[in-house]
Design a protein around this ligand. Structure first.
Ligand SMILES: C[S@@+](CC[C@H](N)C(=O)[O-])C[C@H]1O[C@@H](n2cnc3c(N)ncnc32)[C@H](O)[C@@H]1O
Length: 235
């Protein structure tokens, strides 16, 4: 079984032989892959909706893994206990929803737990939440899948409240990732902000702050690529 680049990147952050909970599992591709490949012995596949959970159960059964992957109907981690999850994956949802799910599970404030987070939208809200809530981004990487660019963050709780600069909010640790994928991510964020800024009058504070972030991002892109940006073209 082969995962796409996005779920592969999530899987790469999972630690060997740790118990995994996949929150918002839908088809359960990730836990099935992890258990089948031998990286994980036991996993929980959770979803808030019955339909996706039935998809998950079907796929798990087809792969003969019903005794090693438990399906749970759960809003976030509500029905999952700390004993059954070391590495928690929350992928394919908006950044604000991911933040809410983490906030609702105080037991995640434990440095032994790893969070693997892949926001589809509003990644900046998620980075900001993590910084002010004592979660550290250990590593962040970007990938390109089906011509879309995604960021995946590996996080743990260390209790340190961090200041989150505007630049960090938008590109996180990808600033120090020299891959083409990270370059592409930064370029896409810049273009989105350029569109957004058009909605603000030139003399507003929003315009000023967005304009400053855009300048910083453009500078980063120029420096990364020696003004010859290979990440800008079509993928
Ligand atoms: C787009 S799918 C992502 C599937 C998979 N995680 C992936 O990344 O490919 C989002 C899934 O999250 C589920 N979901 C949304 N809100 C949730 C919540 N609060 N708790 C658990 N699952 C949720 C949805 O029902 C849906 O199946």
């Amino acid at each position: 079984m082969k995962l796409d680049e996005r779920l592969s990147l999530c899987a790469s952050f999972v630690r060997e032989k740790k118990m995994v909970a996949d929150i918002g599992t839908d088809h359960a591709y990730l836990p099935v892959y992890l258990v089948k490949s031998g990286k994980t012995d036991f996993a929980v596949a959770a979803d808030v909706r019955v339909g996706p959970l039935e998809n998950a159960a079907g796929n798990i059964a087809e792969n003969g893994l019903s005794d090693r992957i438990k399906t749970v109907l759960s809003d976030g981690l509500d029905k999952i206990s700390p004993e059954e999850a070391d590495d928690i994956v929350i992928a394919g949802m908006g950044g604000e929803l991911i933040a809410r799910i983490i906030e609702d599970a105080p037991w995640l404030k434990n440095s032994e737990k790893h969070l693997i987070l892949q926001p589809m939208t509003r990644a900046e809200e998620l980075r900001s939440y993590l910084s002010r809530s004592g979660f550290r981004i250990i590593s962040e990487k970007a990938c390109i899948s089906c011509k879309k660019c995604y960021s995946v963050m590996l996080c743990e709780y260390d209790g340190i409240i961090r200041e989150c600069s505007d630049l960090y909010r938008y590109i996180g640790d990808l600033v120090s990732d020299e891959s083409i994928e990270a370059g592409r991510y930064i370029y896409i964020v810049t273009e989105k902000l350029k569109k957004k800024i058009k909605g603000f009058g030139r003399d507003t504070s929003e315009y000023e702050s967005l304009s400053s972030i855009i300048t910083q991002l453009e500078q980063i892109t120029a420096e990364r690529n020696g003004n010859n940006d290979i990440s800008i073209g079509n993928i």
